[in-house]
Write a protein that binds this ligand. Structure first.
Ligand code: F6R
Length: 606
């Protein structure tokens, strides 16, 4: 979602801000803007659409100055127009914002009563106008910003810049992430370390309620109580923030191809040479857990659905899975012996974070499986397990999904072993199968051409159905989500057995049906459902292994062959065709694969 950068530097800042914003592009946005202070004068430039439009504007209407703030906006309040784009300026203050100011109507009414005029539809303008209002009443910039921040409800990260002050920038964090970057005679603000990584590798992460008053040589941070706070400076690994396509046409293609490597990395972080699964900080005592509540959004939610099958069948622990946006307001009872488990690539998803806060103090332990170790969800859970996928830039989650599954299966095996549901020999078998997984995924990736051909056929469809049974049902859901989000083809997934309870009415010769069915114990049942589709002229793309295809590919429209893999690991392997079918369909349709319309990578508003 919205990205923030701020620089008090030693060089012309406009190109630096645009470069930093480019590094935040992956979060998703529909307009962008920057403001600078030059010889004390505050000015801004804003443009709708991609950053190239802002760069073009800056060629014709350059902005000088060595201090500036910049923003990529993902519209929430008001359409993506130039007028609604950030920075918002009121008198001597410019503001950029990520999040939502929930009480902006109330504040707006108060300001309107005082005769203040509004020129945009945004909640953010209220912040600029209120700060300006306090300044007109005699407050200095810092006091005015602090008084304004104290009035705001909701989730936000904010950066302020002031006319007449080219050595002052203020950052505030409540609910949305914000980091301070430390340079030599230069200081920075950024939504994440990726934005700042070419500028500095020394980062302090602001905590909830923090306000940072920044000059080129100092930063003074006050916490939620207004007390001075010391936030550690961490040296980040620049490699861990590298954002390039590595010779691929899209980030998504690169991230799909990286999966054998990153899964191998995740395994090596948690499994010793002797095959023991080691979790940090003492891990979780699974013998004291009666049930698990899993909460997440989108693709991460589907990873939780797979884990439910695993935890219940293998470790015999009852599991509930919920989408975070529903969970947080349902007020579910959380029995004391519950492990609350949150899965999130970004670690910043607003609903998942709220669900974690709801469980804090109720569940026996809160555990998160995240990709960004410094994220809010990681920091606020009792124990956090990184998935080691590396930066994921494509909006459609790919390698994060398979790495989430890898860490989750390790938790399942650990739990099953600890609870006496699995003996040493069986555990060793599973670990050995997991170690073979990267090479099996490589074999699956070699089917790229077959998937491109099938995708070409799919690209003409208006609607597509995905079917799966058992642990393949969440994979069908994931396949449908991937397809709709990047190719804009309407896709739905059903548990195969549910088909005849309604959705089969949709089947005709124009609706391709993708069946995900490894030759496992449920194969015959899924194939019966597939026959019901074909009997109604449905065009089936069957994804199975050689044995399954030999048995059931008669009369199907297309087949995709997956290598054989241990039964437990089929959900990780079958993510590959789910991803590649969507990818090639999107490429065939010419959509914006890495930044599909309307979507954001890090969903920091509810
Ligand atoms: C889909 C996708 C989203 C995310 C969801 C949760 O490809 O990427 O559905 O999975 O927004 O995001 P995180 O995992 O960051 O909490």
């Amino acid at each position: 979602m919205c990205g923030i950068v701020g620089v008090l530097g030693g060089h012309e800042v406009a190109p630096i801000l645009v470069e930093a914003l480019k590094r935040l592009e992956y979060r998703g946005y529909d307009s962008a803007g920057i403001a600078t202070v030059n010889a004390g004068k505050l000015e801004r430039r804003r443009a709708v659409g991609k950053l190239v439009n802002l760069s073009d504007l800056l060629v014709h209407e350059p902005l000088a100055g060595k201090s500036g703030i910049g923003h990529t906006r993902w519209a929430t309040h008001g359409a993506p127009t130039v007028n609604n784009a950030h920075p918002h300026q009121a008198g001597k203050v410019a503001v950029v914002h990520n999040g939502i100011i929930e009480n902006f109507r109330e504040l707006r009414a108060e300001l309107a009563e005082a005769g203040v005029q509004f020129v945009t539809d945004t909640d953010t303008e209220t912040v600029a106008l209120m700060t300006h209002h306090y300044m007109t009443q005699g407050a200095g910039p810092v006091e005015a910003a602090k008084k304004t921040i104290a009035r705001l409800h909701g989730a936000f990260a904010l950066a302020f810049l002031f006319d007449g002050h080219d050595d002052l920038m203020i950052g505030a964090r409540k609910g949305s992430p914000l980091a301070v970057g430390h340079g030599t005679g230069e200081m920075f603000l950024g939504s994440d370390a990726i934005a700042l990584s070419p500028l500095t590798d020394r980062i302090s992460y602001l905590e909830e309620g923090d306000i940072a008053v920044i000059t080129r040589t100092s930063v003074e941070i006050t916490d939620a109580n207004g007390s001075l706070a010391n936030r550690a400076i961490k040296t980040i690994q620049i490699d861990a923030t590298r954002v390039d396509k590595g010779g691929h046409k899209h980030f998504m293609a690169k991230e799909i191809a990286e999966q054998p490597g990153v899964i191998g990395q995740a395994l090596s972080h948690y499994v010793t040479d002797a095959g023991e699964i080691i979790l940090p900080d003492g891990g979780v005592d699974f013998t004291k857990i009666d049930r698990i509540t899993m909460v997440a959004c989108g693709t991460a939610f589907y990873a939780c659905l797979v884990a439910k099958y695993w935890f219940e069948q293998v470790a015999r622990i009852p599991v509930e899975v919920d989408v975070a946006s529903e969970f947080r307001y349902r007020e579910p009872p959380i029995p004391a012996n519950t492990l609350a488990l949150f899965v999130s690539q970004s670690g910043e998803t607003a609903d998942t974070l709220a669900a974690l806060r709801y469980c804090d103090g109720k569940a026996q332990r809160t555990l998160s499986v995240i990709n960004v170790p410094e994220s809010s969800i990681a920091r606020e859970s009792d124990l956090s397990l990184p998935i080691y996928a590396g930066v994921e830039v494509g909006v459609a989650s790919t390698k994060a999904f398979t790495c989430q599954l890898t860490v989750l299966i390790l938790l399942v095996l650990k739990a099953a072993h600890a609870r006496g549901e699995m003996d040493d020999a069986k555990l060793a078998d599973h670990i050995s199968a997991l170690r073979g997984l990267p090479s099996i995924i490589n074999t699956a990736l070699e089917q790229n051409e077959t998937m491109r051909e099938a995708a070409f056929k799919l690209s003409a469809a208006r609607d597509v159905l995905f079917l799966g049974r058992g642990k393949m049902y969440p994979l069908a859901l994931e396949g449908a989500l991937k397809l709709k989000e990047i190719s804009y083809i309407h896709a739905e997934a059903y548990a195969s057995g549910e088909l005849k309870h309604g959705p089969i009415a949709l089947v005709d010769e124009d609706v391709p049906v993708i069946v995900m069915a490894p030759r496992d114990a449920l194969f015959d049942k899924t194939v019966s459902n597939m026959q019901e589709v074909m009997a109604r002229n449905g065009k089936v793309i069957l994804i199975s292994d050689a044995e399954g295809l030999a048995e059931a590919s008669n009369g199907v429209w297309s087949t995709i062959e997956m290598p054989k893999v241990a039964d437990l690991l089929t959900p990780i392997l079958y993510a590959i065709p789910a991803q590649l079918l969507a990818y090639h369909t999107a490429v065939a349709k010419g959509t914006d694969v890495d930044q599909p319309r309307n979507l954001a990578k890090s969903v920091t508003v509810e």
